[in-house]
Ligand binder design. Structure first.
Ligand code: SF4
Length: 361
């Protein structure tokens, strides 16, 4: 996890950015920067970017893994569907995420029809090929995957197909972090891919209302280093602005077509996040007129309390950046990528798994 050798493209440029960061850093003046993206955590950890920064600058990982934040109660709902003989289709990452008592992988091992797909359209194609079976797509993810759920909903999927929608929105989670006692974030790195969809407007609240410097960043090591530099610059000048480091991809207006599809298909609602509780205006549910494609309504699925965090697992603290994965006593002891206990060790975007994979390299 050390980046001393700058083992990535444009190392010369990276050294210059790091030097600029060092020049702006005031000795013993701590600055805590929070990102909310599994891919950012991978870049930071894989390239050892934390080790390049002065000790005053801490970069923490917030709730950026779409699979990790799915509450156990919603995994339980997918399991209810599977138990009733409905074919569950989902992305591979979802399979091992623990529900209250078991996962979709356990259900599959016990004979349920659970199939991995790479796109929603694959799941719809399966439903068309097998019209006598009922299919449900477990639609998980942030603003990056929600548009494809929206578009397929609007295109009138077959009658034997429905969605178990579990999409979540990133800005409300960032807002929630600002209320966490003792976290004391000084700046946000906002995720480039989410921003490519939603544009700049949803982040305006952070500098305006919370006086929080916020920089949208891409995923190359130099994107992340540059965003840190931009944040440190704001902090050193006592400014709070929204800046876009990832201009080559993120447009101020985002992706209007994707946003329009989302507005037509979804209503924004309160939603539970694993280990974080209920956040207002943070979940996307299908609008009433698409109830025929809403698996919860179509199959009268019951909601349960859900048990998000297994005994001794610290995911609820890792997800909000309160602790680092290696501060969990089970990290790489009883909880490993091969045998994950908590949701943060399941997906390649989970902070514990990113750390575990890097340690094991
Ligand atoms: S190491 Fe495992 S048990 Fe510990 S917080 Fe991470 S996922 Fe949970």
């Amino acid at each position: 996890m050390t980046g001393e050798n700058y083992g990535f493209r444009d190392a010369h440029f990276a050294k210059q950015i790091v030097q600029k960061i060092k020049n702006l850093t005031v000795k013993n003046d701590k600055v805590k920067i929070c990102h909310v993206c599994g891919t950012h955590e991978w870049t930071i950890t894989h390239y050892g970017l934390r080790s390049l920064l002065p000790p005053e600058i801490e970069v923490i990982a917030g709730p950026g893994c779409p699979v990790c934040v799915v509450p156990a109660a919603e995994i339980d709902q997918a399991l209810q569907l599977a138990q009733r003989g409905i074919s569950i289709t989902c992305f591979g990452d979802v399979l091992r995420v623990p529900g209250s008592e078991s996962s979709l992988l356990d259900a599959k091992a016990n004979g349920a029809d659970v199939r991995i797909v790479y796109a929603v359209s694959d799941a719809i194609e399966m439903a068309r090929r097998e019209p006598k079976k009922q299919f449900a797509f477990f639609a998980v993810g942030f603003e990056t995957t929600a548009p494809s759920t929206a578009i397929e909903t609007l295109e009138n999927p077959p009658k034997n197909f429905s969605f178990l929608a579990s999409h979540r929105l990133i800005p409300p989670a960032m807002e929630m972090l600002l209320s966490v006692e003792d976290l004391k974030v000084n700046g946000f790195i906002a995720p480039g891919h989410v921003s490519a969809i939603i544009g700049l407007k949803p982040y305006e609240v952070f500098p305006k209302k919370y006086k929080m410097p916020t920089v949208i960043a891409g995923f190359e090591p130099n994107d992340v280093l540059m965003s840190i530099y931009m944040l440190i610059q704001q902090v050193s000048q006592n400014k709070a602005q929204l800046e876009n480091e990832y201009t080559r991809v993120v447009k101020p207006e985002g992706n209007p077509k994707a946003l329009e599809a989302m507005t037509r298909a979804f209503e924004v609602s309160a939603g539970n996040w694993r280990g974080m509780g209920k956040l207002e205006k943070s979940a996307l549910l299908l609008k009433e007129k698409y109830a025929n494609f809403d698996a919860r309504i179509k199959f009268d699925i019951q909601n349960s309390e859900g048990k998000d965090i297994p005994q001794n697992c610290q995911c609820h603290r890792v997800i909000i950046g309160k602790i680092k994965p290696d501060q969990c006593p089970m990290f790489l002891k009883t909880c490993t990528p091969a045998k994950p206990i908590g949701a943060c060790m399941v997906s390649n975007e989970g902070t514990c798994r990113v750390w575990a994979k890097t340690v094991n390299q």
